[in-house]
Design a protein around this ligand. Structure first.
Ligand code: DX5
Ligand code: ZN
Length: 207
Protein backbone atom coordinates (compact mmCIF):
# COMPACT_ATOMS: atom_id res chain seq x y z
CA UNK A 1 0.00 0.00 0.00
CA UNK A 2 1.13 3.52 -0.79
CA UNK A 3 2.72 5.31 2.14
CA UNK A 4 2.35 9.04 2.67
CA UNK A 5 5.14 11.24 3.98
CA UNK A 6 3.61 14.60 4.79
CA UNK A 7 5.82 17.63 4.10
CA UNK A 8 5.22 20.44 6.58
CA UNK A 9 7.40 22.87 4.61
CA UNK A 10 4.53 25.06 3.42
CA UNK A 11 2.60 25.02 6.70
CA UNK A 12 2.37 28.40 8.43
CA UNK A 13 2.39 26.65 11.81
CA UNK A 14 4.61 23.58 11.71
CA UNK A 15 4.13 22.66 15.37
CA UNK A 16 0.37 22.69 15.02
CA UNK A 17 0.62 20.71 11.77
CA UNK A 18 2.63 17.97 13.47
CA UNK A 19 0.18 17.83 16.36
CA UNK A 20 -2.61 17.33 13.85
CA UNK A 21 -0.64 14.77 11.83
CA UNK A 22 -0.04 12.70 14.98
CA UNK A 23 -3.70 11.67 14.76
CA UNK A 24 -3.78 10.82 11.06
CA UNK A 25 -2.81 7.95 8.77
CA UNK A 26 0.31 9.79 7.60
CA UNK A 27 3.19 7.27 7.69
CA UNK A 28 6.01 9.79 8.05
CA UNK A 29 6.68 13.46 8.63
CA UNK A 30 8.81 14.76 5.75
CA UNK A 31 11.38 17.36 6.81
CA UNK A 32 12.75 19.65 4.09
CA UNK A 33 16.06 21.18 5.09
CA UNK A 34 17.59 23.76 2.74
CA UNK A 35 20.86 25.65 3.12
CA UNK A 36 20.43 28.52 0.63
CA UNK A 37 23.32 27.04 -1.42
CA UNK A 38 22.09 23.79 -2.89
CA UNK A 39 18.71 25.46 -3.40
CA UNK A 40 17.79 29.16 -3.33
CA UNK A 41 15.90 28.91 -0.04
CA UNK A 42 16.82 28.41 3.62
CA UNK A 43 14.48 26.25 5.68
CA UNK A 44 14.28 24.01 8.73
CA UNK A 45 17.67 24.24 10.45
CA UNK A 46 18.84 21.50 12.78
CA UNK A 47 17.38 23.03 15.97
CA UNK A 48 13.95 23.15 14.34
CA UNK A 49 14.21 19.50 13.26
CA UNK A 50 15.10 18.54 16.84
CA UNK A 51 12.15 20.50 18.27
CA UNK A 52 9.70 19.00 15.80
CA UNK A 53 10.99 15.47 16.35
CA UNK A 54 10.15 15.79 20.03
CA UNK A 55 6.47 16.42 19.39
CA UNK A 56 6.00 14.00 16.50
CA UNK A 57 4.78 10.49 17.12
CA UNK A 58 5.47 9.63 13.47
CA UNK A 59 8.96 8.76 12.29
CA UNK A 60 10.74 11.51 10.39
CA UNK A 61 11.79 11.26 6.77
CA UNK A 62 14.57 13.85 6.48
CA UNK A 63 15.33 15.37 3.05
CA UNK A 64 18.60 17.30 3.11
CA UNK A 65 18.80 19.78 0.23
CA UNK A 66 22.19 20.99 1.42
CA UNK A 67 25.74 21.07 0.07
CA UNK A 68 27.29 19.71 3.26
CA UNK A 69 24.99 17.03 4.75
CA UNK A 70 27.61 15.73 7.19
CA UNK A 71 27.24 18.70 9.53
CA UNK A 72 23.48 18.03 9.76
CA UNK A 73 23.57 14.23 9.95
CA UNK A 74 26.05 14.14 12.81
CA UNK A 75 23.71 16.29 14.93
CA UNK A 76 20.79 13.90 14.45
CA UNK A 77 21.88 10.99 16.59
CA UNK A 78 19.25 8.91 18.45
CA UNK A 79 16.16 10.44 16.91
CA UNK A 80 12.89 8.96 15.72
CA UNK A 81 14.09 9.07 12.12
CA UNK A 82 13.54 6.33 9.53
CA UNK A 83 15.25 7.83 6.47
CA UNK A 84 17.91 10.44 5.87
CA UNK A 85 18.11 11.40 2.21
CA UNK A 86 20.90 13.37 0.56
CA UNK A 87 21.25 14.60 -3.01
CA UNK A 88 23.45 12.86 -5.57
CA UNK A 89 24.28 16.22 -7.21
CA UNK A 90 26.38 17.55 -4.33
CA UNK A 91 30.13 17.72 -4.66
CA UNK A 92 30.92 15.43 -1.73
CA UNK A 93 32.01 11.83 -1.07
CA UNK A 94 28.65 10.05 -1.35
CA UNK A 95 30.01 6.71 -0.08
CA UNK A 96 31.30 8.39 3.06
CA UNK A 97 27.94 10.06 3.69
CA UNK A 98 26.09 6.76 3.18
CA UNK A 99 28.40 5.22 5.74
CA UNK A 100 27.75 8.00 8.29
CA UNK A 101 23.97 7.69 7.94
CA UNK A 102 24.16 3.90 8.35
CA UNK A 103 26.41 4.22 11.39
CA UNK A 104 23.58 6.12 13.12
CA UNK A 105 21.20 3.26 12.25
CA UNK A 106 19.07 5.21 9.83
CA UNK A 107 18.03 4.08 6.38
CA UNK A 108 19.74 5.87 3.50
CA UNK A 109 18.06 7.71 0.67
CA UNK A 110 19.59 9.29 -2.42
CA UNK A 111 17.65 11.97 -4.25
CA UNK A 112 17.81 13.15 -7.85
CA UNK A 113 16.61 16.46 -9.25
CA UNK A 114 14.35 16.45 -12.34
CA UNK A 115 17.26 16.93 -14.77
CA UNK A 116 19.52 14.25 -13.26
CA UNK A 117 19.53 10.85 -14.95
CA UNK A 118 19.10 7.66 -12.94
CA UNK A 119 22.47 6.40 -14.25
CA UNK A 120 24.11 8.61 -11.60
CA UNK A 121 22.53 6.38 -8.93
CA UNK A 122 23.58 3.01 -10.30
CA UNK A 123 26.94 2.74 -8.45
CA UNK A 124 25.15 3.26 -5.13
CA UNK A 125 22.00 1.15 -5.53
CA UNK A 126 23.37 -1.80 -3.57
CA UNK A 127 24.26 0.40 -0.61
CA UNK A 128 21.06 2.42 -0.21
CA UNK A 129 17.47 1.79 0.87
CA UNK A 130 15.55 4.44 -0.99
CA UNK A 131 15.62 6.69 -4.03
CA UNK A 132 13.80 10.01 -3.80
CA UNK A 133 12.79 11.25 -7.24
CA UNK A 134 12.13 14.99 -7.31
CA UNK A 135 9.03 15.74 -9.37
CA UNK A 136 9.59 19.52 -9.04
CA UNK A 137 12.78 21.58 -8.88
CA UNK A 138 13.73 21.41 -5.19
CA UNK A 139 13.39 24.60 -3.16
CA UNK A 140 9.73 25.39 -2.70
CA UNK A 141 6.39 23.77 -1.94
CA UNK A 142 3.27 24.27 -4.02
CA UNK A 143 4.82 23.72 -7.46
CA UNK A 144 3.38 21.78 -10.40
CA UNK A 145 4.12 18.04 -10.75
CA UNK A 146 6.42 17.16 -13.69
CA UNK A 147 4.88 13.93 -15.08
CA UNK A 148 7.98 12.96 -17.09
CA UNK A 149 9.89 12.31 -13.83
CA UNK A 150 7.69 9.26 -13.17
CA UNK A 151 9.50 7.41 -15.96
CA UNK A 152 12.51 7.21 -13.61
CA UNK A 153 10.50 5.24 -11.07
CA UNK A 154 9.54 2.67 -13.68
CA UNK A 155 13.17 2.27 -14.78
CA UNK A 156 14.59 2.04 -11.26
CA UNK A 157 12.32 -0.84 -10.26
CA UNK A 158 13.92 -2.84 -13.08
CA UNK A 159 17.38 -2.28 -11.66
CA UNK A 160 16.55 -3.32 -8.10
CA UNK A 161 13.23 -4.88 -7.18
CA UNK A 162 13.35 -4.24 -3.42
CA UNK A 163 14.38 -0.60 -3.73
CA UNK A 164 11.94 1.78 -2.04
CA UNK A 165 10.93 4.56 -4.42
CA UNK A 166 9.74 7.89 -3.09
CA UNK A 167 8.57 10.86 -5.15
CA UNK A 168 8.38 14.45 -3.99
CA UNK A 169 6.67 17.57 -5.29
CA UNK A 170 3.33 18.65 -6.69
CA UNK A 171 1.40 15.54 -5.68
CA UNK A 172 -2.34 15.72 -5.11
CA UNK A 173 -5.54 13.72 -5.59
CA UNK A 174 -5.55 14.25 -9.37
CA UNK A 175 -2.14 12.73 -10.12
CA UNK A 176 -1.87 10.16 -7.29
CA UNK A 177 -3.30 7.27 -9.30
CA UNK A 178 -0.51 7.41 -11.90
CA UNK A 179 2.09 7.62 -9.14
CA UNK A 180 0.74 4.69 -7.13
CA UNK A 181 1.65 2.19 -9.82
CA UNK A 182 5.40 2.80 -9.52
CA UNK A 183 6.05 4.46 -6.19
CA UNK A 184 6.13 3.22 -2.57
CA UNK A 185 6.12 6.54 -0.71
CA UNK A 186 4.57 9.82 -1.89
CA UNK A 187 5.75 13.06 -0.27
CA UNK A 188 2.79 15.40 -0.11
CA UNK A 189 2.89 18.94 1.25
CA UNK A 190 0.46 21.66 0.31
CA UNK A 191 -2.36 19.31 -0.74
CA UNK A 192 -2.49 18.12 2.90
CA UNK A 193 -1.42 21.19 4.87
CA UNK A 194 -3.81 23.49 2.94
CA UNK A 195 -6.74 21.16 3.58
CA UNK A 196 -9.34 21.59 6.30
CA UNK A 197 -9.15 17.95 7.34
CA UNK A 198 -5.67 16.40 7.13
CA UNK A 199 -6.80 12.81 7.60
CA UNK A 200 -9.47 13.12 4.94
CA UNK A 201 -6.86 14.45 2.50
CA UNK A 202 -4.47 11.59 3.38
CA UNK A 203 -7.20 8.99 2.99
CA UNK A 204 -8.16 10.48 -0.39
CA UNK A 205 -4.60 9.78 -1.54
CA UNK A 206 -4.34 6.29 -0.07
CA UNK A 207 -7.69 4.94 -1.26
C1 DX5 B 1 10.50 20.78 -2.41
C2 DX5 B 1 10.31 19.85 -1.23
C3 DX5 B 1 8.98 19.15 -1.18
C4 DX5 B 1 7.77 20.00 -1.29
C5 DX5 B 1 6.47 19.23 -1.20
O1 DX5 B 1 11.82 21.19 -2.46
O2 DX5 B 1 11.30 18.85 -1.25
O3 DX5 B 1 8.95 18.27 -0.07
O4 DX5 B 1 7.78 21.05 -0.41
O5 DX5 B 1 5.42 20.13 -1.20
P1 DX5 B 1 4.24 20.14 -2.29
O6 DX5 B 1 3.48 18.86 -2.11
O7 DX5 B 1 3.47 21.34 -1.94
O8 DX5 B 1 4.87 20.21 -3.65
ZN1 ZN C 1 11.24 17.11 0.19
Amino acid sequence: MLKISTSILASNNRIESIQKLNNTNSDYIHIDTMDGLFVPNTQMPINEIIELEKISNKPLDVHLMVENPEEYITQLENKNIDYITIHIEINKDINKLIHIIKSLNYKVGLSIKPNTNIEALIPYLDKIDLVLIMSVEPGFGGQKFMPETLEKAKQLKNYKKDLTIEIDGGINATNINDIKKYVDIAVVGSYITNSENYNQAINNLKN
